[in-house]
Design a binder for this molecule. Structure first.
Ligand SMILES: [Zn+2]
Length: 110
């Protein structure tokens, strides 16, 4: 994935990429633990750093139709989750611009 500049986060708890330990998000930016990813439990974050966003695609989920972008670790290229671009259901609009990270793909780096 080249020499992409990486940000370093600070805080009481930092979540990183399980494979390469690149910092991704902080506990402070976590909005919910009650999500499901492709591989089990997933977390919703307000802000995630050091990821590359894929092309937007439409995906039917249990909570309705969403436009999402898969997100990849900027260092090792592993798929980590996705970003919500558009939620069709009014009750799901709060997720727009937010990120899902799969718990199984995360590691505590601090
Ligand atoms: Zn990585």
């Amino acid at each position: 994935m080249g020499m992409t500049f990486r940000q370093y986060l600070s805080g009481p708890r930092i979540y990183g990429c399980q494979k390469c330990k690149t910092h991704l998000a902080t506990l402070a930016s976590m909005m919910s633990r009650a999500f499901n990813g492709q591989h089990g439990r997933a977390y919703l974050f307000e802000k995630v750093v050091n990821v590359i966003e894929g092309e937007p695609c439409d995906r039917a989920m249990t909570t309705g139709q969403h436009t999402v972008r898969d997100i990849y670790c900027c260092k090792c290229g592993d798929t980590l989750g996705w970003k919500y671009e558009v939620a069709q259901e009014p009750s799901q609009k709060y997720k727009e611009g937010k990120y899902i990270l799969e718990r199984n793909l995360l590691v505590d780096v601090q």
